[in-house]
Design a protein around this ligand. Structure first.
Ligand code: HEM
Length: 161
């Protein structure tokens, strides 16, 4: 997975907690190279899972809550880093609708080795329904065989009931 996801996670954790706590997170997670990630490099997604798991233990905060907080941070960073992708959308609903058909498509043009997840947004009467599919075990609660949307995706977008 792109190093950007790791380097931003470390920057977020330093600002949300402290550089000292992040050092402990890195050491205790036993990630290689003392947690040095370049934004254009690629690294095993298991290292992100290890760091979130350790951060959860160190802070007593559930992994899902940490991931949600990181997501808020990352949304702000993406508007700074990729304004040309984000600024074409006037609201959150249209942006979410464009993740699968536009944003992650652009990501794979920029970084051919990236394998972003499939995110399909559908307007429903009382909000938006998001369907997520990835070859990575990143669903809340971890990959479970009974959670169909966690199934690995090979080539084409798939719709799940
Ligand atoms: C400007 C906006 C966005 C950019 C530039 C962007 C870029 C990326 C990049 C570079 C990756 C790493 C892929 C890889 O290395 O294989 C990624 C992964 C991911 N993206 Fe996006 N993304 C954006 C918006 C979104 C949004 C709005 C969502 C959710 C609704 C989303 C969901 C995810 C998830 C869950 C992953 C983790 C990888 C996985 O689950 O397999 N992204 N994205």
């Amino acid at each position: 997975m792109k190093g950007l996801v790791f380097s931003e996670m470390i920057a977020w954790a330093e600002s949300a907690y402290s550089p000292a706590l992040v050092d402990r997170m890195i050491v205790q997670s036993k990630v290689p190279n003392d947690g040095a990630y370049t934004s254009v490099g690629n690294y095993p997604h298991g290292e992100a899972l290890a760091m979130f798991g350790t951060l959860s233990e160190l802070t007593g905060t559930p992994v899902g809550d940490l991931a949600r907080a990181y997501g808020f941070w990352l949304a702000g960073r993406f508007t700074q880093l990729y304004p040309e992708m984000v600024n074409v959308y006037s609201d959150a609903e249209s942006l979410l609708g464009g993740v699968g058909s536009h944003i992650h498509e652009e990501v794979t043009k920029l970084y051919p080795e990236a394998r972003p997840p499939q995110v399909q947004a559908t307007k429903i009467p009382d909000g938006m329904q998001l369907e997520y599919a990835s070859h990575r075990p990143f669903c809340a609660g971890g990959a479970r065989p009974d959670r169909r949307f966690c199934r690995p995706v090979r080539r084409k977008p798939q719709c799940y009931p």
